[in-house]
Design a protein around this ligand. Sequence first.
Ligand SMILES: [Zn+2]
Length: 64
Amino acid sequence: MDIRLHDILTMKKAHPCGSHDWEVLRVGMDFRLKCRGCGHEIMVERRKAEKNIKSIEREGQKLC
Ligand SMILES: [Zn+2]
């Protein structure tokens, strides 16, 4: 899966704040993601994050 810095990931599972959207702050073995709802940052295993992705947005355009 092609995920780049500053992509917006829409997840299947919502964050407790109610938002499904996360900004990618770091890519690698793990992703650093920032919740667009509450600003909370998490580190998550790439494999786990990919399983939870519903759609990806880059520069305002939906990729999938
Ligand atoms: Zn949140």
